[in-house]
Design a binder for this molecule. Structure first.
Ligand SMILES: [Zn+2]
Length: 94
């Protein structure tokens, strides 16, 4: 098994995370999965600085990404960015 993000091969005793996507699965190594979670948390915490930092790290890491991962990643990032926009709109109203 390979990580769909960084392309690293799974080693014995290493745990990879499977994400259901459309009718298949995306496999992520612990590190890539961790970054995705951090990005989601940064968006929820409205921490734009950390969000950009982790996003850059993630993009740099996903050099050997699969087509299916690419599609999922674009949707995932779009979703997190929309959280910022929603918060910005809420703040602008004040
Ligand atoms: Zn990985």
């Amino acid at each position: 098994m390979k990580c769909d993000c960084c392309g690293r091969k799974k080693k014995l005793f290493e745990s990879y995370v499977a994400i259901k996507y459309e009718d298949s699965r995306i496999n992520l190594c612990a590190f890539c999965n961790d970054l995705a979670y951090k990005i989601r948390d940064d968006a929820n915490n409205n921490d734009k600085e950390l969000f950009e930092k982790h996003l850059e790290e993630w993009i740099n890491r996903s050099k050997k990404k699969s087509d299916k991962f690419t599609k999922w990643q674009v949707e995932f990032i779009k979703k997190q960015k929309s959280i910022f926009n929603r918060m910005k709109m809420a703040q602008d109203k004040k």
